[in-house]
Write a protein that binds this ligand. Structure first.
Ligand code: GAF
Length: 389
């Protein structure tokens, strides 16, 4: 779907729901994380890229304090007064928009905010681990920053998105998804240092190398507001405390091994921490390899990342492992789980001429195992958040 079509859908919904034209249209993409999983909240490194699937918002300011929002995936409009958006947890998609309103109010003062109408359309698959929620937060944040004349930096909008997610959605996530969505560039990944928030574009050169990224959305649903994600984060924080470092970014493999040997870390916490420490190294190695040798040379790093998530961090599921194995068997340069895990998507970096075979191989593997039919599609590294009209 082209971005123009998406614009039209958001704008059409806007006209049907609210009448007339919006003040503007803004969009922000979902992301694939190439490598660097569960490193962001450990002050580490990640290498995501924005994808060619976007959330689009058509927005118009009102002269009162009423907020009215509607989306093409949930016909029912949701309304609230600005004063009621106090950071309480909300359980529908409205949390992404209302969470941003609350976070921007905290940052810039509630007297800077006025009511608005917003219509949303998105073609970022929901629940696929491709940051559909961050894309809504970032499109909304960019729109409101401009309409309310806040003059916020993109880096501060990343943090507003993270706080919306942590407080109003209730998911204890890091800054990777919002950074990819706001800082993505065409044909590049974002090399993110999560401690300094430095976000540097790294050219990927997939097209020149004859490669494509295949996404397998397993349709196994996951939820970062409950369960596994939070427990992994707690394990990492426990490990950092046991080692006496501010975050696992500051630990080495040797540190972990001595802490295991003298009982400061139990075996499970050691393996959780080992994933993070080795994953940080793999991100740095991937950036170096991309720069020095090109995309075909990063396959083993992607595979090693997957093994580490599967065996040490234990966030994969059988469907993801099946997708990874099938893509590798069909000639992928490398393949791995992408995103927070416990479901969602796997990616394969494939020679263009292997994409059709890999797609068939994944479909066959899922059918043979009796798994739900996956959604399989290619993605391209694309531009970040922008005003579209
Ligand atoms: C989810 C979170 F939102 C990110 O912050 C990150 O932790 C990721 O899982 C795992 O790398 O997408």
């Amino acid at each position: 779907m082209t971005s123009t079509t998406i614009d039209n859908e958001a704008t059409r919904l806007f006209a049907a729901q609210f009448g007339g034209e919006p003040d503007g249209v803004w969009s922000s993409p979902g992301r694939v994380n190439l490598i660097g999983e569960h490193t962001d909240y450990n002050d580490g490194f990640a290498l995501p890229f924005a994808i060619d699937h976007r959330a689009v918002v058509a927005v118009r300011l009102r002269s009162d304090d009423r907020v009215a929002i509607v989306s093409t995936f949930d016909g029912e409009p949701v309304e609230a007064d600005l004063a009621s958006l106090d950071g309480s947890q909300i359980s529908s998609w409205a949390a992404y928009v209302f969470g941003i309103v609350w976070a921007l109010g905290e940052d810039h003062g509630r007297d800077r905010l006025t009511g608005f109408e917003l219509a949303l359309h998105s073609d970022v698959p929901v629940g696929a681990g491709l940051s559909s929620s961050a894309s809504i937060e970032c499109a909304t944040a960019l729109a409101l920053d401009e309409l309310w004349s806040l003059g916020a930096s993109r880096a501060s909008l990343v943090l507003a998105g993270q706080r919306a997610e942590n407080t109003v959605v209730g998911a204890p996530t890091g800054i990777m998804d919002q950074t990819a969505s706001l800082f993505g560039e065409t044909d590049s990944a974002v090399f993110l240092d999560c401690r300094t928030q430095d976000a540097v574009p790294v050219p990927l050169g997939f097209a020149e190398a004859g490669l494509q990224v295949l996404v397998v959305d397993t349709r196994v649903s996951h939820d970062h507001a409950t369960g596994g994600y939070a427990s992994r984060r707690e394990a990492c924080e426990r490990a950092a405390a046991a080692l006496g470092v501010p975050a696992l970014r500051d630990a080495t493999l040797d540190d972990l091994q001595s802490a295991l040997a003298d009982g400061r870390l139990d075996d499970e916490t050691f393996r959780r921490a080992r994933h993070v420490v080795t994953e940080d190294d793999r991100v740095l190695a991937t950036v170096r390899t991309l720069r020095e040798s090109g995309a075909r040379a990063i396959g083993e790093l992607l595979d090693a990342s997957h093994r580490s998530m599967r065996d040490d961090f234990e966030i994969s599921v059988p469907e993801i492992d099946a997708a990874v194995d099938a893509m590798r068997g069909a000639g992928a340069v490398g393949a791995r789980l992408t995103g927070g895990g416990f479901g969602g998507s796997a990616i394969g970096l494939l020679p263009v001429e292997r994409v059709a075979d890999a797609t068939d191989a994944v479909r066959r593997a899922f059918a043979d195992a009796g798994y739900t039919e996956p959604r399989i599609f290619t993605v391209s590294p694309s531009a970040g958040a922008r005003r579209d009209g």
